[in-house]
Design a protein around this ligand. Structure first.
Ligand SMILES: [Zn+2]
Length: 694
């Protein structure tokens, strides 16, 4: 079981949050003021292109010089500002972990001691090689020993509690229509490829990927002890089962509709509508008892899954569960498993040439790529101690208030919205909660047993801890302050309770520096803040009210106005082409694109508000407004391998980084004014085609 937050929309460059070299130099991003009585401005003017015109291609103007020399390290699929910050954060944590492993007595905090043991267990490759499959041998034997498909629900529930994929997923999240209570959620899952569309696309690259994936299934089964012939037969069965699960799955775009994924029913209704699967046994294994109500996010999937659980042969299910256990465990098993896993997921899907150094992989596994990770608490506490100041928190808070005030002003003057809807929108904005840096309360992880010689076991125990921690919340009042992201992560999110959350990990240079020029902070972290605020008013977020409940508060006329504007943005982004000739999916990325456009607009307005009381001089011949846009464009500079960009275009709600700069700017008259662009400038759309929503 995992937690299933909804609707949570984040900032990141990709959902698989890639890792990110080289220290970030303040001069690269430029625009820094030292805190000396006589402000010193350090800008490397060579960073601005002398050949690309700002009004024709602003991303190129800001980043061409960087792009000429920046290279993607062999162990990465992309490189850019996010990567640089992430790497810096990891270095801080790696040094702290090394110290905690060497001198545990210096760290009396049990959360830190436990994470240090976990980390040390991941580095002990001699122990991992010698152990072979022994950490999961009892589970593999249990899969082999079941006698009938009737035993599947209990087994699947147990496996999921330990972190293994097993068909459908159960989790806990608040009820989307009543955020005061938690609700059991059932979500589609069970696939080995990144998304259901991978099973059906007809292009050559997709066909090649499917063939390679079927070979991977067989290879993993052979490594697990099957003969070649047996593995081949079993791989075909596993793939056939996944194909049926994929066929019953909703697309990523369908899942963006919050009404489509809200199907609350009683436990009796769940059983009546999805016969063939002992839901009681499945939930009991995950310590959820027999819940009174359940939300089935994808009803057709649940029905198909229950049917498959009954109709597919026991032998095929056993092959499926065995394969997925070996695959999920592979990065924590001996090197031969890791290598097979990397060749497919690292190289074929993302273009990486070599795996990252062991220490970094282990750190990433513990830290979580993206969302919350059960044992990241100790890492988070260490990170906050080393890299987050009260000064940073105060400054970020003041910026957020200014940007919220800018949106308030914008809402009041919005020409396309009716007065009654405006009143509701303003109430929602005023009710929006803010979390900065790190949670007030840390999870108590004292009960998790970490063993220095059992990396895979530590992973399973931390997953079980997380499962049980969430399961225990069922029936208790919701905790609106619960964080869904670890503090060291370079990301931010707009959460289900009408709140915006900024981990300490992203409140770092060059996005944010308490000592930097205001204009560059507004173009960096300010836009991030504006982006998350706007998520609560994007095409998904706007369907939720001030308490985060899925509830209509828009008039029919305002709905129609909004949709017409959003449709224009779908069309604009759908026209952008990425690697491999793949176009951006304007519908999949709509929420993020609205948040980018709105976020940049209100952050710009926030800067203008701040300049009224705190005027800033021109620096190196650049006005504050120009510095704002340059800071933005440089914060989003990025190079991706083609494989990774294609994967992003096909699965990620975020547009490729260059379009996250070009797309919003094309609609912003403020940008044209800042750089004195003439009518017809290529970076701007004609005035009558520009999209303005917020
Ligand atoms: Zn976002």
């Amino acid at each position: 079981m995992s937690r299933m937050p909804s609707p949570k929309t984040t900032l990141s460059v990709t959902s698989a949050m890639p890792a990110l070299s080289a220290s970030v130099s303040a001069t690269l991003i430029g625009l820094y003021l030292c805190a000396t009585p006589q402000p010193v401005f350090a800008i490397d003017s060579a960073i601005l292109s002398s050949t690309v015109n700002a009004c024709d291609n602003f991303y190129g103007y800001a980043n061409e010089v960087w792009a000429k020399t920046a290279t993607i390290p062999d162990d990465r699929s992309r490189w850019g500002t996010f990567s640089e910050i992430k790497e810096r954060n990891e270095k801080i944590l790696k040094a702290a972990m090394a110290e905690a492993v060497a001198s545990p007595e210096k760290f009396p905090n049990p959360a830190i001691q436990k994470v240090a043991t976990y980390y040390a267990s991941g580095l002990d490759t001699a122990v991992i090689e010698a152990a072979g499959l022994s950490p999961i041998e009892p589970l593999l034997q249990r899969i082999a020993a079941i006698k009938t498909t009737k035993e599947l629900p209990l087994l699947m529930g147990d496996l999921q509690r330990l972190g293994f994929q097993a068909g459908i997923n159960a989790g806990i999240a608040s009820d989307a229509k009543d955020r005061t209570r938690y609700l059991v959620q059932l979500n589609q899952g069970g696939l080995g490829l990144p998304d259901r569309d991978y099973y059906f696309r007809k292009d050559a690259k997709s066909q090649e990927t499917r063939i390679a994936y079927q070979a991977l299934i067989a290879q993993i089964l052979v490594l697990g002890g099957d003969t070649e012939a047996v593995a081949k037969t079993r791989a075909a069965a596993v793939y056939a089962l996944e194909l049926q699960l994929a066929n019953a799955s909703m697309t990523l775009v369908q899942q963006r509709d919050p009404k489509a994924v809200y199907n609350k029913m009683t436990f009796a209704q769940l059983n009546a509508r999805n016969p063939g699967f002992d839901w009681s046994a499945y939930f009991a294994a995950q310590k959820l008892g027999s819940p009174a109500e359940v939300n089935i996010s994808q009803p057709l999937f649940a029905k198909a899954f229950a049917n498959l659980a009954q109709k597919t042969t026991l032998a095929d299910w056993q092959s499926y569960l065995r394969f997925h256990m070996l695959l999920d465990a592979a990065p924590k098993l001996p090197k031969r498993f890791e290598d097979a896993h990397f060749a497919f997921f690292g190289t074929l899907l993302e273009g990486k040439k070599v795996p990252r150094p062991r220490e970094e992989r282990v750190m990433e596994d513990i830290s979580g790529h993206y969302g919350e990770a059960p044992m990241a608490e100790g890492l988070g506490q260490l990170f906050v101690e080393k890299a987050f100041s009260a000064e940073a928190k105060a400054k970020a808070l003041a910026m957020t208030q200014n940007i919220k005030a800018a949106l308030r002003e914008r809402l009041q003057g919005l020409e396309w919205m009716q007065p009654a809807t405006k009143v509701a929108a303003l109430k929602k904005l005023d009710a929006m909660a803010l979390q900065i840096g790190y949670p007030d309360k840390w999870k108590d992880v004292a009960s998790v047993n970490m063993v220095a010689t059992d990396y895979l076991g530590n992973w399973m125990r931390s997953n079980a801890f997380n499962n049980d921690w969430w399961a225990a919340k069922l029936g208790t009042p919701v905790d609106r302050n619960q964080w869904g992201m670890s503090p060291q992560i370079v990301n931010a999110y707009a959460g289900e309770y009408n709140e915006i959350v900024f981990p300490a990990g992203i409140l770092q240079p060059p996005f944010f520096d308490a000592k930097a020029d205001d204009a560059s902070n507004y173009g960096g972290i300010g836009m991030v803040i504006g982006h998350e605020i706007t998520h609560h008013f994007d095409d998904q977020g706007r369907q939720f009210d001030l308490n985060g409940n899925l509830k209509e508060w828009w008039s029919a006329k305002d709905n129609a106005n909004y949709k017409a504007r959003a449709e224009a943005l779908v069309k604009q982004y759908g026209g952008y082409m990425g690697a491999g000739g793949v176009h951006i999916n304007g519908r999949l990325t709509l929420g993020e694109n609205i948040a980018d456009l709105g976020g940049l607009t209100i952050s710009y307005m926030g800067l203008q508000r701040s300049l009224k009381t705190n005027p800033q001089p021109d620096l190196a011949g650049l006005t504050p407004s120009q510095r704002f846009f340059l800071s933005y464009a440089q914060s989003w500079r990025d190079k991706s391998r083609d494989e990774a960009e294609i994967k992003q275009l096909q699965t990620d709600p975020h547009s490729p980084a260059r379009y996250r700069v070009q797309g919003p700017l094309a609609n912003m008259a403020q940008f044209g004014e800042a750089f004195g662009c003439k009518p017809g400038a290529l970076a701007l759309r004609p005035a009558n085609e520009r999209v303005v929503i917020w």
